[in-house]
Design a protein around this ligand. Structure first.
Ligand SMILES: Nc1ncnc2c1ncn2[C@@H]1O[C@H](COP(=O)(O)OP(=O)(O)OP(=O)(O)O)[C@@H](O)[C@H]1O
Ligand SMILES: [Mg+2]
Length: 492
């Protein structure tokens, strides 16, 4: 086994930020090599340089023994590098096959060879045991299916190195297994996989080796058998950090949110009560109706019938601003589309949901707005040279922190968190948990949708599990168990 990819003194600078700082490391042919590091550590920057998407300020990428001074996406691809980016790059209005061959020359200059495209797509899908029709529009597929199309797109070029930047961030646990099956098959064919994830379990399950970046610098590479979770965390954050759920002391009070016979599309029919001071965990598989419920409560989706009662008052939200006025805040699942204003600064984003609260009449208290921004940048450890940075220039995880900060700063009494810590690193997760505790201690209530079992069991006072649009069971703290949640989630 030789080195398939080497990085020599790779550096990337942005104004006020050294995103990657003199990184040297190498990847072996046929290994699965994970990269871990806190949000903003430089992981995505590193892979963008390897893919030729951005140039390095200094340093060299050596692909299969060949030093590449001037990389661009076409050269990198030609040399066998396939990349699945943190944000998908598919065209929703085109078919699966068209997406897979986007930018390739099949057929002649005028007419792409559709027959070949569909035939080849079918072959790839069959080879990896994936059942997706090559004629379907990508926009109609589930996120997990889109993920598989991204993988197919990368591997149809027979790449030697497949880089996956947080591929699991938007798909469910069962679907991750499906993806791993394909990853293992690629490895068996000698492909090198570079795998980026914040999920420790996955890294331990899939990797041969793991490397850690911190603040743009290379820290270490370890064989996966020779490290513990704790070792990895300490390497990532550079200090001791225990992974425990902070305890809280809250007296749970009267109902603040009652959902009665709420019906929606298909079999959706939910009854649920959230109490003052409570963190109610909402478990279930992707598609079980959890996000649908969150959207109905936030005025984003209209229920067909039923009642939403907020603090004793029947409510109907025609839009989200009405929901906010009634005291409901939502951290949405899809933060790219629904969460942050990417072309605005952090300082503008964080107080943006709190403006009414911090205004006198029509006059906004800008001092208070700036203070809020500073406070949450500090508390959530948002990595940025300044609060004046545009959100689009932040790393993926730091963009998410901005959305979380925005909703927390609004201090609505009822908070709905849809996957609050997805894509967020281990240190910041702890801070979010502490903030959640503080909020309920101040008398607020939280409805927490999460697919992370540990988080569900660790943070909830009570757990309700949904299955196919209905409540399949409810667990009190004494009844909490992983097995029970999984049973209920699969409708048993
Ligand atoms: N276009 C840009 N302009 C300014 N700074 C940038 C730009 N792109 C990235 N950065 C900065 O470079 C640093 C590294 O970002 P990068 O996206 O590589 O982090 P990451 O390790 O992938 O984090 P995450 O886990 O959050 O995805 C961050 O501090 C980020 O703010
Ligand atoms: Mg990233």
């Amino acid at each position: 086994m030789g080195k398939i990819l080497e990085l020599k003194n790779l550096t990337r600078e942005y104004p006020g930020v050294i995103a990657l700082n003199d990184v040297s490391m190498s990847f072996e042919a046929g290994e699965i090599h994970s990269i871990m590091g806190e949000n903003g550590a430089g992981k995505s920057t590193m892979i963008k340089i390897i893919a030729g998407a951005i140039p390095a300020t200094r340093g060299t990428v050596i692909i299969d023994g060949k030093p590449c001074e001037k990389l661009n996406p076409a050269i990198s691809k030609e040399l066998g590098i396939g990349v699945i980016y943190q944000e998908f790059n598919l065209v929703p209005s085109m078919s699966v096959a068209e997406n897979i061959f986007l930018g390739e020359n099949t057929g002649n200059a005028v007419m792409p060879d559709f027959k070949y495209m569909h035939k080849r797509t079918k072959e790839i899908m069959e080879e990896f045991g994936v059942d997706i029709d090559s004629h379907r529009m990508v926009g109609e597929l589930t996120t997990a299916q889109q993920q598989l199309v991204e993988i197919a797109k990368a591997i149809c070029k027979n790449c030697k190195v497949l880089i996956m930047d947080e591929p699991s961030a938007s798909i469910a646990v069962a679907e991750v297994e499906n993806m791993f099956r394909i990853v293992r098959r690629l490895k068996a064919k000698g492909v090198t996989i570079i795998y980026i994830s914040h999920r420790m379990d996955e890294v331990f399950e899939i990797s041969d080796r793991v490397s850690i970046l911190r603040d743009g610098a290379y820290i270490a590479t370890k064989n996966i058998g020779e490290v513990s979770r704790k070792d990895l965390i300490n390497l990532m954050v550079g200090r001791e950090l225990t992974e425990t759920y902070p305890t809280r002391n809250v007296k749970i009070g009267e109902p603040v949110l009652e959902i009665r016979d709420l019906c929606g599309n298909g079999d959706f029919h939910i009854d649920l009560t959230l109490h003052k001071g409570e963190i109610l965990g909402l478990g279930g598989l992707v598609g079980s109706g959890r996000t649908e419920l969150a959207k109905m409560l936030f005025g984003d989706v209209k229920p067909h019938s039923g009642e939403i009662i907020v603090k004793g008052k029947r409510c109907r939200f025609s839009d989200t601003s009405k929901a906010i006025d009634a005291g409901i805040g939502l951290i949405p699942e899809d933060r790219k589309k629904e969460g942050a204003f990417l072309n605005y600064t952090i300082q503008w984003n964080i107080p943006s949901m709190s403006l009414r609260r911090i205004s006198r009449g029509t006059v906004i208290d800008f001092k208070e707005a700036d203070r809020l921004a500073d406070e949450y940048v500090e508390r959530l450890n948002i990595k940025t040279p300044s609060v004046k940075q545009l959100v689009r220039n932040l790393s993926g995880g730091n963009q998410q922190k901005v959305v979380v900060a925005k909703v927390l700063a609004a201090k609505t009494d009822i908070l709905i968190f849809d996957e609050p810590t997805r894509g967020i690193d281990v240190g910041a997760k702890q801070e979010i948990y502490r903030l959640m505790n503080e909020l309920v201690e101040q008398g607020m209530s939280i409805l927490m949708i999460t697919s992370e079992m540990e988080e569900l069991l660790g943070m909830s006072d009570r757990i309700v599990v949904l299955y196919e649009g209905k409540v399949s069971g409810e667990l009190n703290k004494e009844q909490f168990s992983q097995d029970r949640v999984l049973e209920l989630a699969s409708g048993m």
